[in-house]
Design a protein around this ligand. Structure first.
Ligand code: EPZ
Length: 422
């Protein structure tokens, strides 16, 4: 069967409004956290993306019922009767490990396959396991599986300091701590908006979390049987999807508006877009971008939130590739997120990789070429490059893009891109 490709021709000016969906990196964790309470939960702005379908499969394997109607997801956890998440699902989506905290919290047991690495890095879980051990969880790792058990006396509160502000480790720890006896403090916690979204969701279930969005999260444990399902919840808008389309607007002129995202979640990327020469207007839940003058070289370094998000690094590398001057991009989060640069170089970009740094000399114009996505954000970045390249660019390995972008081609076509998926 012929591989599906995205074909994009450069040169069109993009303008119009792009609707932004609920945040992938929040909704996956809300789905996992719903395990804590027996009953029916509804999440009203769930993106129809393959990672959500896989997380739905993870919950079904545990015995839950999951139904997605448009963007409305209902999860009934009444029938959950297993605590095992098999390798065939975890290998498809490492975020499946987000069930670890909820399972040990509700059942005192978990058997979750080790996800292994991916294109952008080794994606270790040591901080998840070390933190949960401080709450009293015992782990035995064998045959590619993490086997977690909690003593009969249950989880116990602890004062945990994370070695690094890991998003996943903060989430698993925060969820498990909701069920621990006593008050847990998580220091050096991740501060991403998706962490706050999860904490707010858990508090509606009956948890007692405070400090979310700051480096110190405090969790007062409650009896796990006291949790109630959330009748209806709307997750935050996806700041990474929004940032991706803002880069499209900066590249292809605009004015382009992303609707359904809190501009505060993108404070640093917006500051960088202005440094590139874009004009930005913001409202309560929208951002409008336009650009008249040539793009100006701008340095980027990725850091945990509120630092510049690693998930926008490939997209911003496209801006530096066609900006006037030399930009330095420093990737501090994932050790292998520069693979994308090799594909951009095939389109005529002038990029030199030196360890964690990419030195990018802007060129007049990229040239369209057949390219392949190495991961979700790289795939999106290649399509963005095609928007301003000379001629046609074809992008393969589209399963990556489908993991995190609902209707990516349709949304670009709706604002004027010459793009097809065939
Ligand atoms: C989440 O991954 C996101 N995924 C990633 O988005 C995002 O890039 C990342 O946070 C950083 O913002 C989801 O939320 C599903 P980390 P996560 O734990 O939780 C190392 C996308 O494109 N580390 O903050 O895995 C790890 O190897 C994806 O949507 C350990 O060493 O990120 C990485 O180098 C890509 N030990 C760094 O920390 C651990 O125990 C950041 O990882 C945990 C992490």
């Amino acid at each position: 069967m012929q591989e599906e490709l995205i074909k994009v021709s450069g040169g069109a000016r993009l303008s119009g409004v792009v609707p932004i969906t609920g945040a992938k990196n929040s909704v996956l964790k809300l789905m996992a956290a719903s395990i804590l309470a027996s009953g029916a939960t509804t999440i009203t702005n769930t993106p129809a993306i393959s990672d959500v379908f896989i997380m739905g499969e993870v919950l079904k394997r545990l015995g839950a019922q999951v139904h997605l109607d448009g963007h409305v997801m209902t999860i009934d956890t009444t029938g959950i009767n297993s605590y095992e998440t098999p390798y065939d699902l975890v290998v498809q989506m490492r975020a499946s490990v987000a069930v670890l905290g909820p399972l040990v919290g509700r059942f005192g047991r978990a058997r979750v396959a080790m996800p292994g690495g991916c294109q952008i890095g080794s994606r270790k879980l040591d901080m998840h396991l070390l933190g949960l051990e401080e709450l009293g969880v015992s782990f035995e790792v064998s045959h590619g599986y993490i086997n977690a058990t909690v003593p009969k006396t249950g989880l116990k509160a602890a004062h945990v300091t994370l070695e690094f502000a890991s998003v996943g480790a903060t989430e698993n720890l925060m969820v498990a701590a909701c069920c621990a006896k006593g008050t847990t403090v998580i220091e050096n916690a991740a501060r991403e908006p998706e962490i706050s979204d999860l904490a707010n969701f858990l508090n509606l279930m009956g948890a007692r979390i405070s400090g979310q969005g700051t480096p110190v999260i405090t969790v007062e444990g409650v009896d796990p049987s006291s949790f109630v399902p959330v009748p209806s919840y709307s997750t935050v808008g996806d700041r990474i999807e929004a940032g991706t389309f803002l880069v499209a607007g900066a590249l292809a002129g605009g004015p382009l508006t992303v609707q359904g995202v809190n501009p505060e979640f993108l404070a640093l990327p917006l500051k960088k877009l202005k440094s590139f020469g874009a004009h930005i207007e913001t409202g309560e839940d929208f951002i409008t971008i336009s650009r008249e003058e040539p793009l100006k070289a701008t340095d980027i370094q990725t850091l945990p939130y509120p630092g510049f998000p690693t998930d926008l690094q490939p997209q911003f590398m496209v801006l530096t590739a066609v900006a006037q001057g030399t930009s330095v991009i420093t990737e501090n989060i994932f050790e292998n997120r520069f693979m994308f640069a090799d594909e951009l170089i095939r389109m005529g970009a002038n990029i030199r990789i030196e360890g964690h740094h990419a030195i990018v000399e802007g060129v007049e114009q990229l040239s369209g070429a057949p390219v392949r996505a190495s991961d979700l954000r790289a795939g999106a970045g290649l399509v963005l490059a095609g928007l301003v390249a000379d001629g046609e660019t074809t992008v393969g390995e589209l399963t990556h893009i489908d993991r995190g972008y609902e209707g990516f081609v349709d949304k670009l076509k709706a604002v004027g891109a010459q793009i097809e998926r065939a």
